[in-house]
Design a protein around this ligand. Structure first.
Ligand code: NOJ
Length: 535
């Protein structure tokens, strides 16, 4: 659909920034980030130019999965602060004209949640059916072959009531039974609680997991499984995820959001493009933004990425708004995946593609995955599968603010260690450096906000080969050409069917800026340029 036909809302025009709250800023010297810490850094975020902040879970939790195991959806964990701190944060975010998105974890609760404690207390407890309880097979074995994402079986035996319960993640994270209307109602009320406070939206955890096959059929084996993969990959989760009924649930959640003004819902969904699209819902009555993780999962190869961008664009439903993600708290950091010079090209890609970008905290200064010695590993995924290098800790280390002790994150021992080089790679040293990653991010965000072509304009593919990816963004008469070299070696780009003239307005090597583009374009390795085309 042409951009002129749409009215654009904040979550379409804006840039989202993800904060992993344990690691952003500590304010009370316990080595763990908190809400007052985030408040202290809001001016930085305003300066950076982002429009919305998504905060990973901050609710009451035994922290078996660092907050993704919630024991009370309507209370703040004391590690992060109090409800008064939250109210202050929300007000301060809004005072700065920004939006706040919370993490909603509806697929599972903590095993310490009162709902589960009741549910497991007896077979005839009214909340028994709020979770997925099943008898053992006649030989005593598990109801089916479903596996846990974090390793081992997805079923846990309860000695007391002599049944198994299902958990897609840790056994401390029992899955709710979303086929039960009371569960639905309870979670919708959780949403209303935060929406009534003025929260602007939710990032919904593992949205595609929420409903399971009602016959609990066995998952088929994955023919592509290899021993270096997580054990969960042994099977294709055909019956434990992405069931048709999930769309009714997503639609109901959307209806709750629609009771309010301009609120939004992001769905965390790791699925191929065609399946991902179904989460927009029929007539766009599903998630506003089903997270698009293509840039996380594809090989960093120009042609691959270009063709997938085109496929994604082509597959979007009418009126469905695109979005792009380069990193999050579950994935290796982009700088570690592609290298620090190429990470600048990645930043340019993220912030020039059509659709809402989400930036993971620290990526804007080129933070790398930090090696965590085995005895310091905290992430359950890493601990459960120690030989597979799956710990997510390296991408969750404290934000590197400055070159003082503990990088300005805390004045005690941080919960995860900092890298030795934080004195060189931090916000403070990059803030005034015209060649830094931070400056590049800030300038890209600013240009994107100022130029409708980049913010909401059409996407027009131009050319790709095994090094270059090039496209145009266009709004009215204003056109920008983006040319990215996704390889480390120089390349040469002579568009066959186009004649481009214009001026480079932003470049990963800023020396290139203000130069004219005429016939052909040569790029150095790891170079990306943004050209304002002549009208
Ligand atoms: C997805 C979250 O992003 C991840 O951090 C968490 O471990 C699982 N869901 C389980 O909630």
């Amino acid at each position: 659909m042409k951009e002129e036909q749409l009215k654009h809302l904040w979550w379409q025009e804006g840039v989202i920034y993800q904060i992993y709250p344990r690691s952003y800023q500590d304010s009370n010297s316990d080595g763990v980030g908190d809400l007052q810490g985030i408040i202290k850094r809001l001016d930085y975020l305003k300066w950076l130019g982002v429009n919305a902040i998504w905060i990973s879970p901050i609710f009451s939790s035994p922290m078996a999965d660092f907050g993704y195991d919630i024991a009370d959806y309507q209370d703040i964990h004391p590690l992060f602060g109090t409800m008064a701190d939250f109210d202050e944060l929300l007000a301060e975010v809004h005072n700065r004209g920004m939006k706040l998105i919370l993490d909603l974890v509806p697929n599972h609760t903590s095993d310490q949640h009162p709902w589960f404690l009741e549910s497991k207390s007896s077979r005839d407890n009214p909340k028994r059916d709020w979770y997925i309880w099943e008898d053992a097979l006649p030989d005593g074995s598990e109801p089916n072959n479903w596996l846990s994402v974090f390793g081992g079986s997805g079923w846990e035996w309860d000695e007391n009531t002599q049944q198994y319960y299902y958990h897609a993640f840790l056994k401390e994270q029992p899955d709710l039974n979303w086929r039960n209307p009371d569960v639905q109602e309870a979670m919708m009320n959780v949403m209303r609680f935060w929406l009534d406070k003025g929260v602007d939206g939710f990032r919904v955890d593992v949205m595609w997991h929420m409903v399971k096959d009602d016959q609990l059929r066995d998952n088929p084996p994955n023919p592509h499984y290899e021993p270096h993969m997580a054990t969960y990959e042994k099977l294709i989760p055909a019956y434990s995820t992405d069931q048709p009924e999930v769309h009714d649930i997503v639609h109901k959640m959307r209806a709750v959001l629609d009771e309010y003004d301009e609120r939004m819902m992001i769905g965390e969904i790791y699925l191929p493009i065609q399946k991902l699209m179904t989460y927009y819902g029929s007539d766009n009555n599903g998630a506003h933004l089903p997270f698009n993780f293509l840039l996380l999962s594809l090989k960093w190869e120009a042609q691959q990425i270009a063709s997938n961008v085109d496929m994604y664009e082509g597959a979007l439903p009418d009126g469905g708004w695109p979005n792009w993600v380069l990193g999050n708290h579950d994935q290796p950091r982009i700088t570690s995946r592609v290298g620090s010079t190429q990470a600048k090209v990645a930043a340019m890609l993220l912030l020039t593609l059509r659709g809402t970008p989400t930036i993971y905290y620290g990526d804007e200064i080129g933070m790398r995955d930090v090696p965590i010695p085995p005895e310091e590993v905290q992430d359950p995924q890493g601990l459960n599968m120690p030989d597979l290098h799956l710990s997510r800790d390296p991408a969750r280390t404290p934000m590197q603010w400055e070159d003082t002790n503990q990088a300005g994150f805390t004045d005690s021992k941080p919960w995860l260690r900092l890298p030795d080089y934080f004195r060189r790679i931090n916000v403070k040293v990059q803030q005034d450096d015209p060649f830094s990653m931070l400056t590049l991010y800030r300038r890209l965000i600013k240009l994107r906000q100022e130029e409708p072509a980049l913010k909401i304009g059409d996407y027009i593919p131009v050319y790709s080969d095994n090094q270059v990816f090039s496209f145009i963004r266009k709004s009215g008469d204003s056109r920008f050409l983006v040319v990215l070299n996704l390889s480390h070696r120089p390349c040469y780009f002579k568009p066959k069917h186009h004649k481009f003239t214009g001026v480079v307005v932003l470049a990963t090597f800023p020396e290139r800026e203000n130069t004219a583009i005429t016939e052909s374009i040569s790029l150095g390795g790891d170079e990306g340029i943004l050209v304002r085309l002549d009208a």
